[in-house]
Ligand binder design. Structure first.
Ligand SMILES: Nc1ncnc2c1ncn2[C@@H]1O[C@H](COP(=O)(O)OP(=O)(O)OP(=O)(O)O)[C@@H](O)[C@H]1O
Ligand SMILES: [Mg+2]
Length: 255
């Protein structure tokens, strides 16, 4: 039906349910339906981040001809896994588009749209421009220089950027954007007890075997101090002052 086809294209949540037989949790539906430009998802382990990213990527490619979707992960292994999630979703479609190119880490559909899953390397990122959608999976573990290299690709295209991760200490761009990125970002936080597939019994077992520090980070979305941080984040930030003159001026440093 034409109305349904139109809705599939306009509403990725409907697309997930109808075309992929995937039934998103509320936060996943929110992320799929989101229409802004900058989204931060601070979600616990196994909540369904990568699956959501894969559906978003596939939907964009199917319904936006010539679009470029970049999936960024901290390692080659994680990029391959994420990419496999996208192709698994593609395989669920009753009517599949023709693939003009199909590699272990990318494909091009017959409408010219491309999905490329990149490992964490600034050199590979620099070859691309004009991305319509960039998703950083495990963003807390993606190096900051890579994030800096990725952002300009949205300048001309006006594309959208999603960072999804569990926290990894009070450091790096994911923590920075979450705590100080301002209101250009929409933020979604999902702790393990909110995930319908994670039982309270399992969580108790995890708390007992992982210890409090790790448990809070992996399951409760907390940016806990990194183990190797000698001075706490609040202590360092509290020690910074705008009122103290620097000991050396910049020209003296450079000269
Ligand atoms: N809405 C859902 N309904 C049913 N199963 C789901 C749903 N969302 C995710 N899953 C399943 O939960 C498991 C974890 O999903 P996924 O790998 O996307 O999570 P993740 O948050 O990326 O995990 P990790 O933190 O380990 O990378 C997978 O088996 C996935 O198929
Ligand atoms: Mg994942």
């Amino acid at each position: 039906m034409l109305a349904d086809d139109l809705r599939l294209g306009l509403d990725p949540t409907f697309f997930a349910q109808e075309a992929l037989d995937f039934h998103p949790d509320d936060w996943q539906a929110q992320a799929l339906r989101w229409s802004g430009k900058r989204l931060l998802l601070n979600c616990c382990r196994q909540s369904g981040k990568s699956t959501t990213a894969a559906i978003l990527a596939l939907h964009r490619a199917l319904y936006y001809p010539q679009s470029l979707v970049l999936l960024v992960s901290p390692s080659l292994r994680q990029s391959s896994e994420l990419f496999r999630k996208v192709t698994d979703m593609l395989a669920r479609l009753e009517v599949r588009p023709r693939l003009l190119e199909d590699n272990r880490l990318s494909f091009t559909l017959d409408n010219g749209a491309r999905v490329v899953s990149l490992p964490s390397s600034e050199a590979t990122i620099r070859g691309f421009s004009g991305a319509d959608l960039i998703v950083e999976d495990e963003a807390a573990r993606v190096p900051d220089d890579l994030y800096m290299a990725v952002r300009p690709m949205l300048a001309v295209s006006g594309g959208r950027l999603i960072l999804m991760s569990t926290p990894w200490g009070k450091r790096g761009h994911f923590h920075q954007e979450w705590t100080q990125g301002g209101n250009t970002w929409e933020r979604v936080e999902i702790k393990a007890p909110q995930c319908p597939r994670i039982s309270p019994e399992f969580l108790e077992e995890e708390r007992a075997s992982l210890g409090d520090w790790w448990f809070r980070q992996e399951y409760m979305c907390e940016f806990v101090e990194t183990v190797d941080q000698v001075f706490g984040y609040e202590l360092v930030m509290g020690a910074l002052s705008q009122e103290v003159e620097p000991l050396f001026l910049e020209e003296e440093n450079n000269g």
